[in-house]
Write a protein that binds this ligand. Structure first.
Ligand code: ADP
Ligand code: MG
Length: 238
């Protein structure tokens, strides 16, 4: 796919396949197209050219597509944002139930039980009746992760999920991501945390100027790599 912002080609004919059960970490300098790539995968941005396939849904991006196709792709590529984006007027439990009830048309009781389970999984079963504003940033982000999981997506997308957090709160969110990776969830994570990337990623994707500078196994990115730009990038992050 290709994505333009005016004259600026933010993604230059990118061709990628993400596999089920894999955790991919996307690295790259600021402005390299990391967020745009995630946003194009779940059609928050509309790429001008190319094809997007998620599960059994294929969309030819230069042609019109239905709201139904769009919703199906969105549901299967749930996004967790840097800024949490919880519904402020809903309690924690309601935040997690909302998508399953309104979009997936799940029975309310079933959705409630599932939401309880997911909040327990992210260590927040004691916060179900609070409002987002009553939680720390790390707790809010864990609610956002539970909310994404509640949609039962094929892929979970994370755009710098810890960059709005104080360092002491980052760990609790990374721990949840690590648990999900170990469970075999299919995840695509944009982060600047190289230690986390090295520990958790099955695959590293390095973007530069809207192009793929590296796509391969994690360890080779950090060790066996004689690409000067990548070495520079790694050094600049330390
Ligand atoms: P990253 O997430 O790697 O920092 P982005 O995907 O946000 O990079 O941006 C990639 C390029 O696309 C940059 O040149 C950026 O200025 C441009 N861009 C991103 N979003 C928009 C937008 N909504 N309007 C115009 N240009 C944008
Ligand atoms: Mg970004």
């Amino acid at each position: 796919m290709s994505k333009f912002f005016g004259e600026n080609e933010a993604l230059k004919n990118i061709n990628l396949t993400f596999h089920e059960g894999e955790t991919t970490v996307i690295l790259g300098p600021s402005g390299s197209g990391k967020s745009t790539l995630l946003r194009c995968i779940n059609l928050l941005e509309r790429p001008e050219k190319g094809v997007l396939t998620v599960g059994n849904q294929t969309i030819e991006l230069n042609k019109p597509f239905s709201q139904k196709n769009l919703l199906s792709i969105r549901q299967n590529t749930a996004m967790v944002f840097q800024s949490f984006n919880l519904f402020p007027h809903m309690k924690v439990l309601e935040n997690v139930m909302e998508g399953p009830v309104t979009v997936l048309k799940k029975d309310k009781e079933v959705a409630r039980q599932k939401a309880q389970q997911l909040l327990e999984k992210v260590g927040l079963s004691h916060k179900t009746d609070q409002y987002p504003s009553q939680l720390s940033g790390g707790q809010q982000q864990r609610v956002a992760i539970a909310r994404a999981l509640a949609m039962e997506p094929q892929f979970l997308l994370f755009d710098e999920p810890t960059s709005a957090l104080d360092p002491e709160l980052e760990g609790e969110v990374l721990k949840v991501l690590k648990d999900l990776a170990e469970e075999g969830k299919s995840m695509i994570i944009v982060t600047h945390n190289l230690n986390f990337a090295r520990e958790v990623a099955d695959r590293i994707l390095f973007l530069e100027n809207g192009e793929i500078g590296y796509d391969g196994v994690t360890e080779n990115f950090f060790t066996a790599n004689n690409n000067e730009r990548i070495q520079q990038f790694i050094k600049s992050m330390q």
